[in-house]
Design a protein around this ligand. Sequence first.
Ligand code: GLA
Length: 369
Amino acid sequence: MSEWLQPDVIASAPGRVNIIGEHIDFSQGFVLPFAIADRTVVKLRRRDDLVIRIRSIQRPNEVITTDLSALTPGGTGDWERYVLGVIWTLKIQQGLDIEIDGQVPLGAGLSSSAALECAVATGLNQLFSLGLSKKELALLTQKAENDYVGMPCGIMDQSVSLMAEPGSALLLDCRDLATTLVPFDLAASDLELLVIDTRVHHTLVDGGYAERRNDCESAVAKLGITSLRDLPLAQLNEQKALLTHKEFIRARHAVNEIARVLDAVEQLKARDFLALGALITASHISLRDDYDVSCPELNCAVDTALAHGALGARMIGGGFGGSAIALVSQSKSAEIQQHIAAAFVAAKFTEPRFFTSLPSDGARIDSAN
Ligand code: GLA
């Protein structure tokens, strides 16, 4: 099928690691992610009809064929819904051949879905001269995931995939999508951010994520505030009796995590990595105990990293599996990896995968005819 090889546009977008600021994007909080080097590359070619054909290099025997008139929000399907959802939110009126090369590990909590959505959106924006800004693309790709795929995600993953810059973490204010680049150069301090993929696959489309988001939203409604962003901890404690226990501890996670992000930015600027590490670990404890989205494999990775000298460690992303990060000195990284691998063997968990990644660039057009 030679036509697949002659795209009109090639676009790509990265996955992400979040340094700190978990499960607070939908509470109008602050988050501090960066883009990883792994990217999803999308080749797009216009067709003369209304047919959409999608194939993935990773699934060479499968071609998904549908029609623009058949796009159904909330419908069934698999990974292709992330692509179709973006075509739907961008209101594309012409058929397309789409080839995907997804290099972001799937189900590892590194936001492979946002990478796919943002690569497609960036390519379509170019191909049809839509003139949409990165902020508009972030909101539209989030809408694709919320309304088409049915996953009530926040705005973090799409924003960082679109707006990241090499060498920096992205401080994102999820209230208005204002961004500040925070230089993130660990190597200069002999440090690295080790990513530990537990290989426990999380499926965020099922209930756990939405259930917690609902707890946060009902806390907001009962407290009569506009978002958890506006809630001082003292007020939350005073008004505890208005909330169920679950609502209270979910809200406490959000309030504390938002404060930790702002603190982490200051520690990063001051290059105080011990203090940064302590905040990262505090985030894990809060996600484990108050927000309840960790799992035995993530806890094992975090506890083992900390026991063997990591400055801080935590689960990242939606949770229930996926990856953890550990802030480690470069000279100790290999040893810490061995300890984590051994702890996984002892606990009879699947062998974890390790990697590190430097802050890389956001979505881009790689070529256009
Ligand atoms: C998933 C969602 C994000 C965010 C994180 C948790 O990755 O897509 O919007 O809520 O979980 O921080």
